[in-house]
Design a protein around this ligand. Sequence first.
Ligand SMILES: CC(C)(COP(=O)(O)OP(=O)(O)OC[C@H]1O[C@@H](n2cnc3c(N)ncnc32)[C@H](O)[C@@H]1OP(=O)(O)O)[C@@H](O)C(=O)NCCC(=O)NCCS
Length: 164
Amino acid sequence: MRIATCRAEDIALLDRHLPSPSATSYHAQRYAAQVAGRSTFLVVWVEDRPVATGEIRWDGCRAAEVRAVVADCPEINGLEVVEPLRSQGIGTALVRHAEQLAAGRGVPTIGLGVGDYNHRAAALYARLGYLPRVSYLDRYTYTDDAGIEHPVEDACVFLSKELS
Ligand SMILES: CC(C)(COP(=O)(O)OP(=O)(O)OC[C@H]1O[C@@H](n2cnc3c(N)ncnc32)[C@H](O)[C@@H]1OP(=O)(O)O)[C@@H](O)C(=O)NCCC(=O)NCCS
């Protein structure tokens, strides 16, 4: 397993092996944010196959409720491991890699949001030392195959961890 920053030529492989749930490619959007300097888009590879992704949003969580409580806190977002390879330590390795990149930039605190329904992910983050800070609504839209945009609101908790 190796973890690398996403390159333009990785997008097609990511779309094939980790398809986005809507018509718009999340991978293309995340790569564009990285090119714009707002994030680092990480890809985990097993041999020549991408098996997991995650991004570090250096400008932090977009939700106003979070920004009011946790200032200057980059956010780990979009963690996903392909289903057959879950529970083998890949998610843990990805979070730790993101923490090391943040610590290398002198960032004191890093955070992430987890849906209220996602108990398994929440247990993993608690084990990794993340503490709950604030409840918020994660608001985003997705575009269906007919090109229609749908607004979504997910009840979440933002967690953070001090990096020493
Ligand atoms: C949440 C997610 C990213 C975690 O990634 P992961 O690779 O499964 O996480 P890890 O393997 O590091 O740790 C998870 C579990 O594996 C166990 N584990 C870790 N290393 C292991 C190993 N070598 N062998 C067996 N089990 C191991 C951990 O104890 C943990 O236990 P659990 O099954 O009770 O939760 C992944 O499950 C996923 O993609 N879920 C769907 C999308 C999602 O919910 N994303 C998070 C949004 S906040």
